[in-house]
Design a protein around this ligand. Structure first.
Ligand code: SAH
Length: 325
């Protein structure tokens, strides 16, 4: 009987591999197929077991992303083929992630699915920039707003309402409309001195941030050539950005290291280096292969007075062989 398909819609978090949930990581280990897009970091993609079919819907031949309808169809097709499909999405699948649209077609066809929330960039990128999205002295709410208009439409943002909220405003997909967003807030009466920040590639080794004011942020971001993906944060909380910037201060921040160890044994070293702020590129240059230890060797073990092991691999190979002989 053909096994029945299943789709897990999994939030991959904002980039730092340590921010993938345990549930998401466990589902990746069970996947037959992984469908991922542009915002999923290399570090997370490296966790996909070898041999799993990976479909990149972040770009196609013309370097344009695969249209949403086609992504929905791919998920359906792979599930109907009986696969365990993991749909990996940057951040949280339901925070401007179009996760709901992907589930519609699946539910129409009675494909079983599960959804695993992810850490959204809206909060995590701010956190890695030293900006607590709420602080009792600074605000009483947080608001996540899209800075991207639907095709052919103007931005529909109620700036007056936003200015009246005494809240932290976080704009996603807002880099290209940054000047327009800041102008909208100013026109609606926001104080131009209000602190504002932009965080590019948040939580990743290449993260950059600018802390300025609503008056000056657009100009500073343009001069620094800030690109997507970036979040824009507006509110008093941005003023903590320098004092609480724990990420920039990590000892290996800004360094890029290449880990040449075999993939299986590079894990702990790589993890520790990343925790210290380094960008680690995994480039295994060594592969360990087991030599066949014959049963005869084990049968004659008693003739040896000493057994000398020269590595962890040797110990593992020896005992595995011993117990299966
Ligand atoms: N579902 C995602 C958001 C998707 S919309 C989430 O929860 O994070 C895409 C927007 O998310 C980008 O334009 C950018 O504004 C933001 N974004 C995603 N990853 C980011 C990152 N690592 N750093 C800064 N912004 C990011």
């Amino acid at each position: 009987m053909k096994k029945s398909g299943f789709v897990a819609l999994v939030g991959a978090g904002p980039g730092d591999g340590g921010l993938l949930t345990r549930k998401g990581a466990a589902l990746l280990q069970r996947a037959d197929v992984v469908v991922y897009d542009r915002l999923v970091s290399r570090e997370i993609l490296d966790e996909i077991p070898a041999g799993v079919k990976c479909i990149d819907v972040g770009k196609n031949a013309g370097n344009h992303p695969v249209p949403q309808e086609e992504i929905n169809e791919i998920l359906l097709r792979e599930a109907l083929d009986g696969n365990f499909v993991v749909r990996l999405k940057g951040g949280d699948p339901f925070v401007f992630g179009r996760g709901g649209e992907e589930l519609e077609l699946l539910s129409e066809h009675d494909i079983p699915f599960t959804v695993v929330p992810g850490i959204t960039s809206a909060i995590a990128a701010a956190c890695y920039a030293g900006i607590p999205v709420t602080h009792r002295d600074a605000c009483s709410s947080i608001h996540i707003i899209t800075g991207h208009a639907r095709k052919g439409k103007a931005l529909s943002i109620n700036y007056k309402a936003l200015v009246g909220l005494n809240g932290t405003l976080i704009f996603l997909m807002g880099v290209s409309s940054l000047p327009e967003l800041m102008a909208g807030l100013l026109e609606a009466g926001m104080d131009g001195e209000t602190p504002a920040a932009v965080v590019e590639n948040g939580t990743r080794p290449e993260q950059r941030k600018i802390v300025a004011t609503v008056d000056t942020l657009a100009k500073e971001a343009r001069e620094a050539k800030i690109h997507s993906p970036a979040i824009i944060v507006v509110g008093e909380v941005c003023s903590y950005g320098e004092r609480f910037d724990w990420f920039e201060r990590l000892p290996l921040k800004g360094r890029t290291l290449v880990a040449t160890r075999p993939k299986a044994s590079a894990g702990t070293l790589t993890k520790r280096l990343r925790e210290l702020g380094a960008e680690v590129i995994s480039y295994p240059c060594i592969e360990t292969e087991r030599l066949l230890i014959t049963n005869e060797t084990f049968e004659n073990l008693s003739v040896y007075r000493w057994l000398l092991f020269t590595s962890k691999n040797g110990v593992e190979a020896f005992f595995e062989g011993l117990f299966s002989s």
